[in-house]
Write a protein that binds this ligand. Structure first.
Ligand SMILES: O=C(O)CCC(=O)C(=O)O
Ligand SMILES: [Fe+2]
Length: 328
């Protein structure tokens, strides 16, 4: 359950990563310390910074993402075709809707590709190929490298979170997350006075208050611009300024269910008040597309045997969100 936290905790996950696939990881003092910090952060805020220095190699990723967004504004080359039921590609400013209000952001949306017919009717809305810009020529390769890096980082953090919940390290593998789905968004937020070519006010929200859908989100933020805000229990918006060499991590709706509400998928929003265009690369680590998600037994036991959530199918949750988030 979220508390009145005033800042987002910073966790050095290196000791966890070093021993993550070691059969004796549970006994390792370094792992235990990280697990303790993860548990506290997930209970109190649902958000934390994970120190991960290799992310700095991703600097080029930000430059390339900025460039790709810019090309789209000018040439509209990756447009989503609603007629073709296409959810992948470029989303214009104002096209994404949060609770009925258009968001002042633009994005290139990518999803793990599903083979045709793989999940029957459940998979149909998310079938199709990602649309990558053709320039720079290694754009696709760069993105794929980044996706596999984020998948690995997320898997390792989820092993720590599994222990934090009192389960076994592979709680989120196998049928729950052994073939994890993912979503990646390259997002651009125009500077405060230029959104949509007209003057903007403080009321223009880059991305309205929402929770994320899956297990764990890794946010790679632009340097120097503070725009992401996280809501605490008292209803105050707490800033999550960029910290070099870290991912901002947060819990999604599926982990809230799996943890039986011990961990919250915390509301957050983005307001870019700076005059500068802000870029963010958000990676969403999700359960298996067809995973039946229900509270873990160990978490139900910790909640006096009370099961707080109905079962959910991840793919259904995703499709319902994707289809209500956009103007059709
Ligand atoms: O831009 C950010 O910092 C976060 C974006 C976000 O919350 C999202 O895309 O779900
Ligand atoms: Fe989010």
């Amino acid at each position: 359950m979220a508390t009145d936290f005033k800042s987002i905790p910073v966790i050095d996950v290196a000791p966890l990563f070093a021993k993550c696939d070691d059969p004796k990881m549970v006994q390792d003092p370094g792992v235990r310390e990280v697990v303790k910090q993860l548990d506290q952060a997930c209970r109190e805020a649902g958000f934390f910074y994970a120190i991960y220095w290799r992310i700095l190699e991703g600097h080029i990723l930000m430059l390339v993402s900025r460039y790709a967004l810019d090309m789209n504004v000018r040439y509209g080359c990756l447009k989503k075709h609603k007629r073709l039921n296409q959810n992948r590609g470029y989303q214009r400013i104002g096209e994404n809707i949060t609770k009925g209000v258009p968001d002042m952001d633009e994005a290139i949306d990518c999803y793990k590709e599903l083979k045709q017919g793989m999940y029957g009717a459940l998979g149909k809305p998310m079938e199709g190929c990602n649309q990558w810009p053709h320039y720079p020529p290694n754009f696709k390769e760069l993105m794929e490298k980044y996706i596999s890096l984020c998948t690995e980082v997320s898997r390792k953090i989820m092993r720590g979170i599994a222990l934090a919940l009192g389960g076994s390290p592979d709680e989120f593998e196998g049928e729950r997350g052994g073939d994890a789905f993912w979503v990646m968004r390259l997002i651009g937020y125009p500077g405060a006075s230029t959104a949509n070519g007209k003057c903007t006010s403080e009321n223009d929200i880059g991305c309205g208050a929402h929770t994320d859908y899956g297990l764990l989100t890794l946010v790679n933020q632009d340097e120097n611009i503070t725009a992401l805000q996280v809501r605490n229990q008292a209803g105050e918006w707490i800033s999550a300024p960029p910290i070099p060499g870290t991912f901002v991590c947060n819990i999604g709706d599926m982990l809230k269910i799996l943890s039986n509400g011990l961990y919250e998928s915390t509301l957050h929003r983005v307001i870019n008040k700076s005059p500068t265009y802000r870029v963010c690369v958000a990676f969403f680590y999700e359960p298996n597309y067809d995973a039946a998600v229900e509270p873990l037994e160990v978490c139900v036991r910790k909640s006096s045997g009370i099961r707080k959530f109905e079962n959910a199918v991840y793919g259904e949750h995703l499709v319902s969100k994707v289809q209500t988030n956009f103007v059709t």
